[in-house]
Structure formats: C-alpha cells, structure tokens
Design a binder for this molecule. Structure first.
Ligand code: NAI
Length: 253
C-alpha cells in the first residue's frame, strides 16, 4: 500500500526546490496534495504536472488572513487536512554588523512566524480529529551556529523550539509534530545564494560536507514523507538531521 494513501496534505513553499519534491513524493505515495506558495505561476504549473491528485492554492505564510483562506479552501475541497509541511523559507546571508532590521523582520516573518501561523491554523481540526502530522522544515543551521547566517540560523532554531513545544501541547491527541534539519540541498535557494563567488555555491559547499556532495531534494523529501506518514507513528517532538554527516562532528570551516 502507498505510504500516504488517501491522506490530504498541504505543503508550503511548493513552487520549487524541496517543496516541489515533497509534493511529488506525496502524490506518488497516494496522497491528495495541495501545494501552496506566493509564486502562483510556478506553483500552478507544478501542480498541473503532477496530475489529478495535486492542486495549488496561493498562500503567503506570513499572513494570518492568507492562512485562514488557504486552510478554509483545502478543508472545503477535501473535508480535512491530515498533513501540513511548513517548508516555505528564505535564506539571508548577512553578518549581524551592518545588517538591516527590515530584512531581519522579513526573514523572521517567513521562517518563524510562518510555521507558527500554519500550525495554529490546522491544529484545532487535527486535535479534534485526534489525528494529523506536521513536519516543520528547519535546517542544520537550526542545531548549529553559522557565521554570516545568524538570523537565518535563529529562525531555524526557533522552528525546533516550536516543534518540540507544540508536540507536547498536542501529544495526548495523537497529533504528531516533527522537524527536519537538512544540510545543503541542491535547490534554487542555494543556486541563488551568494556563497563561493565565481566557483558557485554548490562547488564551494561540496568539500565541506563529509559526503562530498549536496543532498538532492528527493533525498530530503523521503524523510519529510516518512514523518508525514504513519510509518513514524511513535515519533513526535523530534528533529531529524539529513546532512550527509556534516553536523556529526566536523566544524564548519
Ligand atoms: P527555495 O528558495 O528553492 O524554495 C522556497 C519556496 O518558498 C519558493 O517557492 C518561494 O516562493 C516560497 N516562499 C518564500 N516566501 C514565501 C511566503 N511568504 N509564503 C509562501 N511561500 C513562500 O528553497 P528550498 O531550498 O527549497 O528550501 C525549502 C526549505 O528548506 C526552506 O525552509 C529552507 O530554509 C530549508 N532548507 C534549505 C536548505 C538548502 O540547502 N536548500 C538547507 C536547509 C534547509
């Protein structure tokens, strides 16, 4: 049997990168998947390409109103939400000295407020149904510091704090909340990051990873999918590191 047979999943940041790979994994495993993103053009074409069991809803994860309307729409269409993947995120590379408060607020709004609002929006129905799984995408920077990425790292630490605490708040209901902490994934986020100069981000990062390569989005989607599915029925409040052994002991430089 498919691992997400007949589950209804809402995945944020679904227009590209890891979110797109998670949608594909879930469709292949039997779920009804609603991808959500601020990028409607790419989000819609991704959903179209995944067939009848995928659809798209526009969502700005920083907005309460947007969450209300997206969750109402998915619930109206499918009757419930079994799985929420809080994946939307933005990377911001800037040393704290000289950085802008506006950018700080923007990164916190997407990476930290977004998962908070998402969990708040779906949990009442999940708790009432005594069933549901939430997967929050943190980062290896959520368990380690990274020079030049203090604010990004702080938001990803916050995602773990939210995950652990909310998991306890809803534990008796049977709803599960977990986090995934990826190392570098080969996605547009990294391609667009200003790391490594002319060499490019991927080439600059590879030698630092014990595996000597980046993760594919599909490899991380596999772990997100496991946590979304009943295969992880005794896992909650935990963070799952998917980083090619990077944080197992080596330093960043
Ligand atoms: P990406 O930049 O390729 O895709 C992110 C998606 O989020 C985009 O489609 C974007 O439109 C969407 N998004 C941004 N702001 C939004 C908002 N306000 N509302 C709704 N959607 C919004 O990024 P990638 O690499 O796929 O990252 C996915 C998640 O994985 C992020 O949370 C990121 O922090 C995390 N991550 C990524 C790593 C990497 O190396 N790429 C490593 C560790 C964690």
């Amino acid at each position: 049997m498919a691992r997400l047979e007949s589950k209804v999943a809402l995945v944020t940041g679904a227009a590209r990168g890891l979110g797109a790979a998670v949608c594909e994994w879930m469709v292949n495993e039997g779920a009804m998947v609603v991808g959500a993103d601020i990028n409607s053009a790419d989000g819609k074409s991704l959903a179209d390409g995944l067939g009848d069991r995928a659809s798209f809803v526009e969502l700005d994860v920083t907005s309460e109103l947007s969450w209300d309307s997206a969750v109402s729409e998915v619930t109206r269409q499918f009757g419930r939400i079994d799985v929420l993947v809080n994946n939307a995120g933005v990377l911001w590379i800037a040393p704290v000295i000289g950085s802008s408060l506006d950018d700080y607020h923007r990164v916190v709004a997407v990476n930290q407020t977004g998962p908070y609002l998402g969990m708040r929006a779906v949990l009442p129905a999940m708790v009432e149904a005594k069933s549901g799984s939430i997967v929050n995408v943190s980062s290896m920077n959520g368990i380690r510091g990274m020079p030049g990425e203090a604010v990004y790292s702080a938001t990803k630490h916050a995602v773990i704090g939210l995950t652990r605490s909310v998991a306890l708040e809803v534990a008796e209901s049977g709803v599960r909340v977990n986090a995934v902490c990826p190392g570098p994934i080969d996605t547009p986020m990294l391609e667009e990051a200003d790391i490594g100069g002319e060499e490019g981000t991927a080439e600059a990062l590879k030698p630092l990873v014990p595996f000597k390569r980046l993760a594919t989005p599909a490899e991380v989607a596999e772990v997100v999918g496991f946590l979304a599915s009943d295969a992880s029925s005794y896992c909650s409040g935990a963070e799952f590191v998917v980083d090619g052994a990077w944080t197992s002991g080596l330093s960043f430089s």
